[in-house]
Design a protein around this ligand. Structure first.
Ligand code: FES
Ligand SMILES: [Fe+2]
Length: 374
């Protein structure tokens, strides 16, 4: 039997994957570093929450819930004082931990706190962790894990479908030929890097029928390098290129209202020393951008109109299924509130059981009353 035509189990009921109101707890891109100067505060809409994000005089970035705990003014209307943030409305002031440290008309502070979220900066981007304490590292390219990196921002983009759906496109080897005119045989091997990261690496030399492959194969000792590393189901890094020079492109995505996508490409290479190294890296990053744009081209139409539903998966969709399983195993948060989805679902279930029980009791009471001749 030809296994390529064999239908395999479907993954249609998902709790996180392609879900418009759930997402994986993790690091997501917030704002390009160069858009947040020292002493400035900005408003961002981030995974369903409104945040105020500012850079103190010490250069550190602080992300807080946007609405002032006094009367709800948007804190991005306020101003940065030293490393603290002062609300525009009645001038209450909050430190980097979110603690209230000054209420001018009282002459003292009150013991109240605004919620703050962990932040980090890498590749020219500010990242925010969608929880109280960061449990995992920022997304990285596995082969650059121990290197210092040089990065540049590529394009900002929006897509009309869920980030998970955009992500799986890169391991949908099935469409490389049909959409991208790239007649290459790719077979991915998956490996779990940690609970939130998974890699898919090509293990083949790509087939003999393509002129392009004949041209590039001398540059590869073994398999043609094409690997993806996914983080939190919404960030993906692609590594391509000949054995002597790899290019790395990160597609940093985050979900917007209604399960759509906004994203940013980030071009990454390892840091090289001296002026020559710096110039060399500018060229590498420029070439990386061209490679990245090539990847992004062609799928625009798909992302615009797809209603993702893997009704009939075949063997060729195996990597996509593995991605779905990996996404489903991660910790899910609720869009907007960032509460743990499982806790919410359990309490909803308890409430449903309680209502059912209450309904039963009522029915029993009625039957009893009828029995008593009421
Ligand atoms: S609303 Fe912020 S100080 Fe009053
Ligand atoms: Fe594609």
């Amino acid at each position: 039997m030809n296994t390529n035509s064999q239908a395999v189990n479907s993954n249609r009921k998902t709790k996180i994957f392609n879900h418009p109101e759930r997402f994986v707890e993790g690091w997501y891109w917030a704002i390009p570093s160069n858009k947040l100067k020292k002493g400035k505060v900005k408003a961002i809409t981030f995974m369903g929450k409104e945040l105020a994000i500012y850079r103190g005089e010490n250069g550190e970035v602080v992300a807080v819930d946007a609405y002032c705990p006094h009367m709800g003014a948007h804190l991005a209307e306020g101003k940065v004082e030293g490393n603290a943030l002062r609300c525009f409305f009645h001038n209450w002031k909050f430190d980097t931990e979110g603690m209230c440290i000054d209420i001018p008309c009282l002459g003292e502070a009150l013991p109240i706190k605004i919620k703050t979220y962990p932040t980090a900066e890498k590749y020219g981007m500010v990242w925010v962790w969608t929880g109280k304490i960061a449990q995992q590292t920022l997304p990285f390219v596995p082969e650059l894990e121990h290197d210092e990196c040089d990065g540049a921002l590529g394009r900002y983009f929006e897509k009309n479908c869920h980030p998970n759906v955009v992500m799986v496109n890169a391991i949908d080897a099935h469409h490389f030929n049909t959409v991208h005119n790239f007649p290459v045989k790719i077979f991915f091997q998956k490996e779990d890097l940690n609970q939130n990261a998974i890699t898919f690496s090509n293990t083949t030399r790509g087939g003999e029928d393509s002129i392009f492959l004949k041209f590039i194969l001398p540059f590869y000792k073994e398999a043609v390098t094409y690997s993806m590393c996914y983080w939190y189901g919404s960030n993906g890094t692609v590594t391509v290129g000949p054995d002597f020079l790899h290019f790395h492109i990160m597609f940093a995505l985050r979900m917007t209202e209604g399960g759509k996508t906004e994203g940013q490409t980030i071009l990454i290479t390892k840091k090289r020393k001296g002026l020559f190294g710096w110039i060399f890296n500018r060229v590498i990053l420029w070439v990386t951008e061209i490679v990245g744009n090539y990847f992004a081209k062609g799928d625009t139409k798909i992302f615009q109109t797809i209603q993702f539903d893997l009704k009939t998966p075949i063997q060729a969709d195996n990597s996509i299924m593995q991605f779905i399983h990996h996404t489903e195993k991660q910790k899910a948060l609720v869009w907007g509130s960032w509460e743990e989805a499982q806790a919410i679902e359990k309490s909803a279930l308890r409430e449903a059981i309680r209502l059912q029980e209450a309904g039963k009791l009522k029915k029993q009471e009625q039957v009893q009353r009828w029995g008593d001749g009421d």
